[in-house]
Design a protein around this ligand. Sequence first.
Ligand code: PLP
Length: 377
Amino acid sequence: MMNIPLSKPWITEDDIKEVAEVLKTPNLSLGPKLLEFENMLLRVSGRKFAVAVNSGTSALHLIIRSLGIKDGDEVITTPFSFIASSNCILFERAKPVFVDIDPNTYNINPELIEEKITDKTKAILAVDVFGQPASWDRLIEIAKKYNLYLIEDSAEAIGSEYKEKPAGSFGVASVFAFYPNKQITTGEGGVVLTDDEQIYKLSKSMRNQGRGEEETWLYHTRLGYNYRISDINCALGISQLNRLNKIIEMRDTVAKMYSQKLSEVEEVITPYISPDTTRMSWFVYVIRLKDKFYGKDRNIIIESLGRRGIQTRNYFEAIHLEPFYVEQFGFKEGDFPVTEFVADRTIALPFYTTMTEGEVDYVIKNLKEVIYEVKHS
Ligand SMILES: Cc1ncc(COP(=O)(O)O)c(C=O)c1O
């Protein structure tokens, strides 16, 4: 039996060497590797300013705080995402106002946004789900019309392009994230990207305990956090970023292999890539089961694959149905039907940069067998 994980970072001997080099220097934090990593991220995103931090969640929180979003404000966002894109709004006691998704791209549906805008709406936070950029042209139009901040959660989409513009370049500020399941990893890490000097200065200060601009050690101008990322992590990020294009190509090859081989599995819908996505940087490979296999059947498929050594996951669960969202806001089933329909049927298959054709074949062979079992049970 093969053991195939859901994801796996690609760490090379070069990566290890770069990390070890930092350990020979006195600069383990706030050193030259931080600046080098930030400068590389500016080139990937086409932004003016970068503030690297210890997670994508921290990066989102810094943006929310830098924009002054607070108690009682409303932020329009998607319920089909990783929970951090919505939790960052709760950190400042503002309210996430969910808008349902497009049934093909799984990104926020811009045509449903305007009806949710109120006097309290301050921002739209859209997510480039699974690596596919949201509909930025429409989102920019709506944000301009209603004078709202637009935030891009591009945690999953480093290197993707929307109409030939890089993911991470849209809205007033954006984030990438570098957990080990991401296209490139720093172990833990994230970054705030912006063209706005004020957001940059505030994020930089709040990353480091609210210190003033000169970063004098015991001079604190505002409430801040310890969201620093170490130079050890940044060295890994630099080494990984150096082969970003190769990583994106290798992941694309794996995704294409899956889509081609799955085209004959009639119970499975393979990922849809919009023509606006001029470059896809795959974060995960998520299939959707045809309509009649959902909920319990989908979960049986996930469990059976697990018993066969294949790790898969029900990406994503609908955020509004997470227990503490239900408790706090009273959301219920049926509130966001497209999200719920999709969330009930999706399965993230094992997917990583170095995945081989033999591993893809093994996953597909077992998936077919397990679907057959469910159909005939
Ligand atoms: C869409 C999205 N937003 C935010 C995050 C948070 O990033 P992190 O796990 O680095 O805090 C993630 C990553 O896991 C994500 O997928």
